[in-house]
Design a protein around this ligand. Structure first.
Ligand SMILES: Cc1cc2nc3c(=O)[nH]c(=O)nc-3n(C[C@H](O)[C@H](O)[C@H](O)COP(=O)(O)OP(=O)(O)OC[C@H]3O[C@@H](n4cnc5c(N)ncnc54)[C@H](O)[C@@H]3O)c2cc1C
Length: 461
C-alpha cells in the first residue's frame, strides 16, 4: 500500500488543476484516470462540439453567400474532414492534460478504474493507495431512458457521436434540451434531415417561454422538425431505418437512419465503492456535498458533475477553486456564492446568467424588465445575424440585476458585462454609465436599461 498526501479520482476539469496545486505545495499526490485524460469537456463535451459547431457555422454562412455578395456554389460537407479537424483540436488538449500530469513533479499518475476500499483507501488496478484526503472528480455519462425497443437498436449518445465520420441521412434526436439542440442544428447544417422529439411542452424547458419559442423558430426555419409534448413510446428497427413510435396529439411514426439519445446525464458514482467508504449519495446517484464540497465522510470531497451542483466546465473549475482556496489559502468560499451562468451553443448562441423571468416571479419581489430585439442592434444588422433578443431583469428596489438572457450573435460573450456587475453587487445604473465600444452587441446593454418596465406578474407588475 502506498500513502499519499492526496488522491484524486478522475482527470475532468477540477482534478488536474487540483493535482497541480497540491503538487506545487510540495505534497505527494496520486491522480487516477480510467479513460481519456481531460474527461468529458475535452474529449466528448465542450471542445469537440464547439469545434464541430464552428464547421457547421462555416457551411451555413457559405450557403448564405448570396446575402453577403459571393457565391460558394453547392456547399457539401465532408464529414471525414470535419471529424479530422475535431480530432486534431481534441488531441491537442487531451495530450496536453496527459503530458502535464505525467511530467508533474510530486504527482503519480495511475491508469485504471478506481474504487474505494475504505474511507482512506482506493484501489486502482492491482494497487491500493491510501490518503487522508481524497477528491472525487468522476463526472457523468449519458443517461439512457427505459424505452421499449431502445436496447435493440444501435443508438448514439453524445459520446459515440464523436466517432462518426459520415452524414446520417436522417438523424432522430430524442431530447430537446441543450445537448440535443446543439447536435440537432449542427447536423442539419452539415446536411442531414433532423427531427427533434421533446417530451415537454417546449424545447429547453428550463428557459423562459419566449426563449424557447425563439430557439424553436431558429431551428425550424433551417428545416429541422421539432415535435413537442411528444412521448416516445417504442423504438424498433425496420430494414435500415430506426422507427420511433411517438404519442403527440395521437400516435404517429417517425422514421430515421440514426438515433441520438440526448435525455440527460447520470453521475459515474455507481461503481466507485462509495458504500465501502460510507459516502452518501442522493436518490439520483449524485454524491451529497455541503456548500464547501465536503461529502458525508470527513477527508473526502466531491467535485463537479458527480455532485449535481452544476454541470459545466466553468463550474468544475470553480469547484476546484473553492476546495483549493478553503484548504490551502485559509478562505471560506462556497458554492452558493456563485451566480448561475452558462450558454447554449446553437447559432446564434444563448448566454444566460442568474434568474429567468419565471424565477423572478417566484421570489415575489417588485422587478423590472428590459428587452431588445437583435434586429435593433446595429452590430447584428451589419453582420446579417439578426435573430433573437436580449433581456435583462432588475430588482426594482435594490436596482441590482437579477438575471439576463441574451439570445443572439455574440450573446455568449456580451452577457459577461452583466455577470460582472452582478458579482460586484453593483446597481444596474453602473452599466448605464459605462462607455462601451461601437459597434458591438454589448454597447446596446445600456440602451436596453434605459427602457425598463415593470415585469408583468412580479409584485410590481
Ligand atoms: C456534448 C456535451 C457538450 C458540453 N458542452 C459544454 C459547454 O459548452 N460548456 C460547458 O461548460 N460544459 C459543457 N459540457 C459539460 C462539461 O463537459 C462537464 O460539465 C465538464 O467536463 C465537467 O466534468 P467533470 O469535471 O465533472 O468530470 P469529467 O470531465 O466528466 O471527467 C471525469 C473523469 O473521471 C474519469 N473517471 C470516472 N470514473 C472513474 C473511476 N472510477 N476511476 C478512474 N477514473 C474515473 C472519467 O474517465 C473522466 O475522465 C458538455 C457536456 C457534453 C456531454
Amino acid at each position: 500500500m502506498t500513502a499519499y498526501d492526496a488522491i484524486i479520482i478522475g482527470t475532468g476539469q477540477a482534478g488536474p488543476a487540483l493535482a497541480r496545486r497540491i503538487a506545487g505545495l510540495g505534497m505527494q499526490v496520486a491522480i487516477i484516470e480510467r479513460g481519456r485524460f481531460g474527461g468529458t469537456c475535452i474529449n466528448t463535451g465542450c471542445t469537440p462540439t464547439k469545434t464541430m459547431v464552428a464547421s457547421a457555422y462555416a457551411a451555413h454562412v457559405a450557403r448564405r453567400g448570396a446575402d453577403y455578395g459571393f457565391s460558394a456554389g453547392d456547399v457539401k460537407v465532408d464529414m471525414k474532414r470535419v471529424k479530422a479537424r475535431k480530432d486534431h483540436v481534441v488531441g491537442l488538449s487531451n495530450r496536453g492534460v496527459e503530458q502535464s500530469l505525467k511530467n508533474l513533479e510530486n504527482c503519480r499518475v495511475c491508469e485504471g478504474h478506481a474504487r474505494f476500499v475504505s474511507p482512506r483507501e482506493v484501489q486502482a488496478g492491482d494497487q491500493v493507495l491510501t490518503s487522508e484526503r481524497i477528491f472525487i472528480n468522476v463526472g457523468a455519462r449519458a443517461a439512457v431512458p427505459d424505452i421499449p425497443g431502445l436496447d435493440q437498436v444501435d443508438y448514439l449518445t453524445s459520446s459515440s457521436m464523436m466517432d462518426i465520420d459520415f452524414l446520417p441521412r436522417h438523424l432522430l434526436v430524442l431530447g430537446g434540451s441543450y445537448i440535443g439542440l446543439e447536435f440537432g442544428q449542427m447536423y442539419r447544417r452539415f446536411g442531414s434531415e433532423v427531427s427533434i422529439v421533446e417530451l415537454g411542452p417546449r424545447l429547453i424547458l428550463r428557459e423562459d417561454e419566449d426563449v424557447s419559442a425563439a430557439v424553436t423558430d431558429i431551428l425550424t426555419r433551417e428545416g429541422t422538425t421539432v415535435l413537442r409534448s411528444a412521448k416516445c413510446l417504442r423504438i424498433n428497427k425496420q430494414g435500415d431505418d430506426i422507427v420511433m413510435t411517438v404519442d403527440c396529439d395521437g400516435t404517429s411514426e417517425l422514421r430515421g437512419s440514426h438515433l441520438l439519445v440526448a435525455t440527460g446525464r447520470r453521475p459515474n458514482t455507481d461503481d466507485l465503492g462509495l458504500d465501502r467508504a460510507g459516502v452518501e449519495r442522493d436518490e439520483r446517484g449524485y454524491i451529497v456535498v455541503d456548500d464547501e464540497l465536503r461529502t458525508s465522510v470527513p477527508g473526502i470531497w466531491a467535485l463537479r458533475d458527480c455532485n449535481g451542483k452544476g454541470a459545466f466546465t466553468h463550474t468544475s473549475w470553480n469547484d476546484y477553486e473553492i476546495v483549493a482556496a478553503n484548504l490551502f489559502d485559509g478562505e471560506s468560499r462556497r458554492v452558493t456564492d456563485r451566480i448561475a451562468a452558462y450558454a447554449l451553443y446553437i447559432d446564434p448562441p444563448l448566454g444566460r446568467v442568474g434568474m429567468t423571468e419565471a424565477d423572478v416571479r417566484k421570489i415575489g419581489r417588485p422587478a423590472l424588465i428590459g428587452k431588445l430585439a437583435m434586429e435593433d442592434v446595429s452590430r447584428a444588422f451589419e453582420k446579417g445575424e439578426t435573430e433573437g433578443f436580449m433581456k435583462i431583469l432588475v430588482d426594482a428596489d435594490t436596482k441590482q440585476i437579477l438575471g439576463a438572457s441574451f439570445l443572439g450573435t455574440s450573446g455568449d460573450e456580451a452577457i459577461h458585462c452583466v455577470l460582472d456587475v452582478m458579482y460586484a453587487k453593483a446597481p444596474y445604473t453602473l452599466l448605464k454609465r459605462a462607455m462601451h465600444i461601437h459597434p458591438t452587441v454589448a454597447e446596446f446593454i445600456p440602451t436596453m436599461l434605459d427602457d425598463l418596465v415593470p415585469l408583468p406578474g412580479s409584485v410590481a407588475g
